[in-house]
Design a protein around this ligand. Structure first.
Ligand code: ADP
Length: 301
């Protein structure tokens, strides 16, 4: 079983020829709505692989919120912990220009209403899971409280510190079992350079000396680096033709949580997640690109 505590967003993807200037209206050639938010993406990845997934999250009191709930249910995610807030649903207007460069706005909306106190209503969900998965699109204090509660019940915690936040308190990070940044997030947190593998290893080792049990650094097409007290192992990425890497990090985290919750040893779970994430970059879209366990078998054989 996997418990994800985190965000949900509606992606409003607008394909533009160019950005309008102030006061100008410009016609854009295409538009697409998508289900996103790091928490929701990770929950969907784990659920598609067959984990029993519970999600603690807040949707807005609007039609987007209803669509989010329907999407969680159609992915067989337990929505006991999904509340309806008073703000709008989280939304992300994304502008993609003809060269595929992105400009993204994030309106957290109801995600900011996922306060520490909300978690106290779902103690049983935290007590009865194999792993608690956290990201950073909800208030930091809520993550700190989640870490404390999970520690109290001896439930492993994975914190994916994305998007990067300089305010993240290392005293809380040191209490997680898995800390999974990308290179940029690792650099933000340690204040150390991470522009090559040696620098990344040094920054990850620094975090281990601060008390984090396992650092899992996702390195895009270079794969994944796993560092703990006794080990430093690079798992190279699977060679694939990348079509769309949006949401690759979330597919990696969600699938790792699934494999770990199934009882796989850490290195085995990492290899399987590396494989899963590689498949998702060969397909367009975010959640749309996440295969089910059955699809995964047919895609990798
Ligand atoms: P984020 O989106 O958080 O920056 P990454 O880009 O590091 O995440 O990607 C997460 C994981 O997805 C990688 O560690 C790797 O397993 C997989 N991945 C990403 N890009 C590729 C690629 N081009 N080829 C194969 N695997 C990839």
């Amino acid at each position: 079983d996997v418990l994800v505590i985190g965000s949900n967003m509606i992606d409003l993807i607008t394909y533009i020829d160019r950005m309008p200037v102030e006061g100008e209206t410009v016609e854009a050639p295409d538009f697409q709505m998508g289900f996103g938010g790091k928490g929701a993406n990770q929950a969907v990845a784990a659920a598609r692989l067959g984990s029993k997934v519970s999600f603690i999250s807040m949707v807005g009191n609007d039609s987007f919120g209803k669509q989010q709930l329907a999407n969680f249910k159609s992915n067989s995610i337990d929505t006991t912990g999904v509340g309806v807030g008073s703000k709008s649903s989280g939304a992300a207007p994304i502008f993609v220009d003809p060269t595929s460069d992105n400009r993204i706005l994030i309106i957290k909306g109801a995600n900011n209403e996922l306060t520490p106190a909300v978690l106290d209503n779902y103690i049983d969900l935290i007590q009865n899971t194999k792993i608690v998965v956290l990201q950073q699109e909800i208030p930091l204090e809520t993550n700190y409280h989640a870490i404390d509660l999970a520690n109290e019940f001896k439930i492993p915690v994975l914190l994916n510190p994305a998007p990067a936040n300089k305010e993240l308190d290392i005293n809380h990070v040191s209490k997680v079992d898995f800390f999974s940044p990308n290179e940029t997030e690792l650099s933000t947190l340690t204040g150390m350079p991470t522009s090559n593998l040696d620098e990344i290893k040094r920054a990850a080792s620094r975090m281990v000396t601060m008390g984090v049990k396992n650092i899992i650094v996702t390195l895009g097409s270079k794969g994944v680096l796993w560092v703990n007290n006794t080990n430093s192992e690079l798992i190279p990425a699977i060679k694939v033709k990348a079509v769309d890497t949006t949401g690759a990090g979330d597919s990696f985290i969600g699938s790792f949580a699934h494999y770990y919750a199934q009882g796989e040893d850490i290195p085995v779970a990492l290899k399987h997640a590396n494989q899963y994430a590689a498949v998702t970059v060969t397909r367009k879209g975010t959640q749309k690109s996440y295969p089910t366990a059955t699809e995964l078998l047919s895609l990798t054989n």
